[in-house]
Design a protein around this ligand. Structure first.
Ligand code: ZN
Length: 147
């Protein structure tokens, strides 16, 4: 019975180590029902929740997909940039579009039209002949006034 080293063979009403998704770990459970000499339903002694019997190995795939969820964060950021870009566009409404060229000099809040990135607003003019432009796709640093 290597499978149940701590508590011996499972029986209804007996203790068993099982995975509780609520408590996020393996804790002592009480066996509620059995199927084929294996625990089917168990009750968590920590949260008193009833759930299907699970061992930690059964949940591996699920916990991996859960830990990989930070990939949702960059998507959120892109949304924020889009919102910010929209706000800036609303503020500069009616301003003439300046086609982007590295030779041209730009000022803060100029609305420029870039061949690749589209319409953007100059957020910052740096002293090293660079401008920080907010495009819908995100922030870009471009060179300017090289002419
Ligand atoms: Zn629990």
């Amino acid at each position: 019975m290597a499978e149940f080293p701590l508590y011996g063979p499972p029986k209804v009403g007996g203790d068993i180590l099982a995975y509780c998704s609520k408590c996020q770990g393996e804790f002592s459970h009480v066996v509620v029902s059995m199927i084929d000499k294996k625990p089917a339903r168990v009750q968590c002694k920590m949260c008193k929740g009833n759930h299907n019997f699970k061992r930690i190995g059964d949940t591996k795939t699920r916990s991996i997909s859960r830990t990989s969820s930070p990939s949702a964060a960059p998507r959120k950021q892109t949304l924020l940039v889009q919102d910010y870009w929209q706000q800036l566009m609303d503020l500069q409404k009616g301003k003439p579009l300046k086609p982007y060229s590295p030779k041209q000099a730009y000022l803060k809040q100029d609305v420029i039209n870039h061949n690749t990135f589209g319409v953007g607003i100059v957020e910052e003019v740096r002293i090293d002949k660079k401008i920080v432009v907010i495009f819908k796709a995100g922030e870009k640093v471009l060179v300017h006034s090289l002419g």
